[in-house]
Design a protein around this ligand. Structure first.
Ligand code: AGP
Length: 607
């Protein structure tokens, strides 16, 4: 949470930072600010305000924001409300700081350093700035080292010292910072997305290392003051993939990209007609020796895990738990050397998932992470990583990351089945052929976008929406419902349709649209009976059903979408696209900010 940018070079920093902050706005968008070192007069200039980056941009037209070295921030509030004074950067004495994370012991620090009455904001971040300022006596490294040792919590700081022109210092614990050299200087950010316009070479600042950026390059030291080497990485994201590509919102663009990114995720991992993870170093023994699997993830990534659970349990016959990462450690998890832990995360920075993964590793569990962002913390904290090739996902609502996570889970399930000797050539061939067909099937659904738009129209004025299904259908509805909630603000609940009659059916009225998904042959007759139950209570049913078969029952839907036919276990893919588009169109037609729903942030780095 919170986007961070820093630039030092020959160009005007404010323009570069404002552009970057727009790219980073998905990390938090309740306030924004920049600070620039004033190389002529000395001192630091700060422009900040509550609101979006566009508000900051217009504020900057009224202020002197010239300068070639600066830091910028877009905020997702944790401590202190949303107001100008709580926006970052925070200046205290000679230091100006931006911060992502939470300083847990900020109250103790206020007391210890007698800061009461001296602070201008209610943020924990300004407390850190004040402590740093207290320790700063001309040696920035020493001051940062001393400060860091006093802090409890997570942090990524970028710092300007007003008497050190042209230099940006940064340090982090857990919260991410990446840095890179540019043709005329250097840049740092919370995200690779902001680096991509400048270079493809970057590095992840290691935890508790102090990095210094200047026009002459980048230096890094560990906390004992020893110079540290830099491990450069290459980002393979194409810059053109970071724009909206002519769509009104990133969410639509990202939904439309799914056939291509699925292909890019799957094809490099198919050799001789079989899934192959040798490039990732994942040997078959890892997949054959585990007795159970535990998936840890949050939100959409956790929903991908639920689909993985159904696949693995059905095809491999081993037990799979899917645990909300935020709850993992508080429920006495039983994981051990025989439990393969799979952490799933688009950003690779979700702190709940990261901490759960670290915990599981301490218990001796082998681990694989499925991550979209190269070099992210979760990727580095796990033994093995499989990257989804979804490219930058900017919309807060995750779409293409989800389906690429599913694609990896399909591949992993198949590799596991083959490695365990459970499938013969024929079964492998049929499964792989179906897997490779997904992009084409997705294209078929995407081509019917307007049909889905009409279905979405029926939900525009709904206060509540229910989504019902069983088995795999229920798993994808959990995701469909999250999507609708987060971008349209309509209360929506996914319910296992057999469970409705145990209480929740009391909420169904003629005002409640119900989306029912029926794609699993073995569950069909029961699902159809459950649909009749809600229909009898007046609900208008929107039926998403596999194929074009004529239903024996009298008409039980008010709208129907016939999904292209795939083998049952793959129906998740076309059905998910329909649910994503329904959420998108409802949000669009309600005139909401589809890409930046209220209260949310793309990367959740607070527990
Ligand atoms: C998805 O639409 C959400 N905004 C959210 O649930 C997200 O999936 C969750 O926060 C996990 O993020 P991650 O994949 O980056 O770990």
């Amino acid at each position: 949470m919170c986007g961070i940018i820093g630039y030092t070079g020959k160009k005007q920093a404010s323009e570069i930072m404002l552009d970057a902050l727009e790219l980073l706005e998905y990390r938090g968008y309740d306030s924004a600010g920049i600070a620039l070192l004033d190389e002529k007069e000395g001192g630091t200039k700060v422009a900040k305000c509550a609101g979006r980056v566009k508000d900051l941009r217009s504020l900057c037209t009224q202020k002197d924001v010239s300068g070639t070295c600066g830091i910028g921030h877009t905020r997702w509030a944790t401590h202190g409300g949303v107001c100008d004074s709580n926006a970052h950067p925070h200046r205290f004495g000679k230091v100006t700081v931006i911060h992502n994370g939470i300083i847990e012991n900020y109250r103790q620090l206020i007391e210890k350093y007698e800061l009461d009455g001296k602070l201008r904001s209610q943020t924990d971040s300004e407390v850190a700035a004040a402590v740093l300022s207290r320790f700063y006596q001309g040696d920035p490294y020493a001051a940062i080292r001393k400060t860091v040792l006093k802090l409890k919590g997570t942090f990524a700081f970028a710092v300007l010292f007003e008497d050190i022109p042209g230099k940006i210092f940064a340090v982090r614990n857990v919260s991410p910072i990446v840095a890179a050299s540019t043709e005329d200087g250097a840049i740092l950010s919370s995200d690779v997305a902001a680096i991509v316009p400048f270079t493809t070479q970057y590095f992840v600042v290691p935890e508790l290392h102090v990095v210094c950026l200047s026009r002459d390059g980048i230096e890094m030291y560990d906390l004992s003051g020893d110079r540290a080497g830099i491990e450069w990485m290459t980002v393979d994201w194409d810059i053109s993939r970071s724009d909206k590509g002519g769509y009104p919102f990133y969410m639509e663009k990202e939904i439309m990209e799914q056939p291509r990114v699925i292909e890019e995720t799957v094809l490099p991992r198919v050799k001789d007609g079989k899934p192959d993870f040798s490039a990732e170093g994942i040997g078959d023994d890892m997949l054959t020796q585990c007795r159970r699997i535990c998936v840890i993830a949050c939100g959409t990534a956790m929903h991908a895990g639920l689909v993985g659970k159904s696949l693995i349990q059905a095809m491999i016959g081993i037990h799979v738990d899917v645990v909300m990462a935020s709850e993992f450690m508080y429920n006495d998890p039983v994981v051990d050397g025989e439990t393969l832990v799979i952490a799933i995360s688009q950003s690779g920075e979700t702190i709940d998932t990261l901490e759960a993964l670290k915990f599981a590793r301490k218990c001796g569990s082998p681990s694989i992470s499925i991550v979209n962002v190269k070099g992210a913390s979760i990727a580095r904290a796990s033994e093995y990583v499989i990257y989804t090739h979804a490219g930058p996902e900017i919309a807060v609502a995750s779409t293409k990351a989800y389906t690429t996570q599913l694609a990896v889970l399909y591949l992993l399930t198949a590799r596991m089945a083959i490695a365990r000797g459970l499938w013969d050539e024929d079964k492998t061939k049929r499964y792989m052929a179906e897997l490779l067909r997904i992009p084409r099937v997705m294209e078929e659904v995407l081509a019917r976008k307007e049909e889905i738009h009409h279905i979405a129209d029926t939900m525009l004025n709904a206060r509540d929406v229910f989504m019902i299904g069983r088995g795999l259908d229920y798993s994808i509805l959990l995701e469909g419902s999250l999507k609708l909630k987060e971008v349209s603000y309509i209360h929506s609940e996914a319910y296992a349709s057999g469970e409705l009659k145990h209480g929740t059916i009391a909420l169904i009225t003629s005002e409640t649209p119900v989306i029912a998904v029926v794609t699993q042959e073995k569950l069909k007759s029961k699902e159809l009976s459950n649909i009749k139950e809600v229909q009898s209570r007046g609900a208008k049913v929107i039926l998403l059903i596999k194929g074009g078969e004529v239903l024996e029952q009298e008409k039980i839907w008010s709208r129907i979408f016939r999904l292209p036919v795939m083998e049952d276990e793959f129906m998740v893919m076309p059905a998910s696209i329909v649910l994503q588009l329904i959420a998108y169109f409802v949000s669009l037609d309600k005139g909401l900010d589809v890409d930046k729903p209220r209260n949310l942030a793309k990367v959740v780095t607070v527990e």
